[in-house]
Unconditional design. Sequence first.
Length: 239
Amino acid sequence: MSDTPASRGIVRRAVLDALGMPSLVLLASMTGFGSLARESALGLEIALLATAGIWGLPGQIALAELYAAGSEIVAVVMAVSLANARFLPMAVSFMPLLQPGLARRAWLYALVQFISVNTWAAGLRVCPGLPGAERRRYFAVFGTVCMTAALIGTAAGHLAAGALPQPVTYGLVFLNPVFFALIFADARDRATAFALLIGAVVGPLLHLVSPDWGLLATGVIAGTAAFWLARLPRSGARP
């Protein structure tokens, strides 16, 4: 990638965008994960590798809890994969934005590791208005800043484990899904709004019925219902 004033402007924009709420929320929530990892007997190196490699808090929590329970490695891998299965449609919907002008598509394998709700939402908002090379620059810089904040939070939480009361640890972890909900609440499309509303109502009820499968069932029900509701004609719209 060439180093031009326009490119430096993209880097500056990506850094400033990432240093706001995305990095602050990641720093706080990964502090909670770091503390949880320490309590689950995961070493600092493994906790940092989990943050960089799994790069999804639900999967990281699944890893820590199953490791503490002494589960088999196959069960841990399956649980982490299912917990972060949302990354597949996110990658499929976003990565084509980074392909224009890319000579070696192998770079996409490196860039896809930065996919998270934070980077995906920011990329969908900013990248369509940029040239191909600048899209990749913005996404890589934004993702690097976010991951750096997450790694710092993980290390801080791991080193400070025991100093944080357990309710504070869980509260910090809970910041992440709350922030995700706020990101999607700002969406303009009907499907996203329907999915949020239906999930908010159905989720707690299904969790009471089945704590193990309630979240998965909520996603299927809310997502499917939102898809079909969004396809209905608006009231008063012309046929």
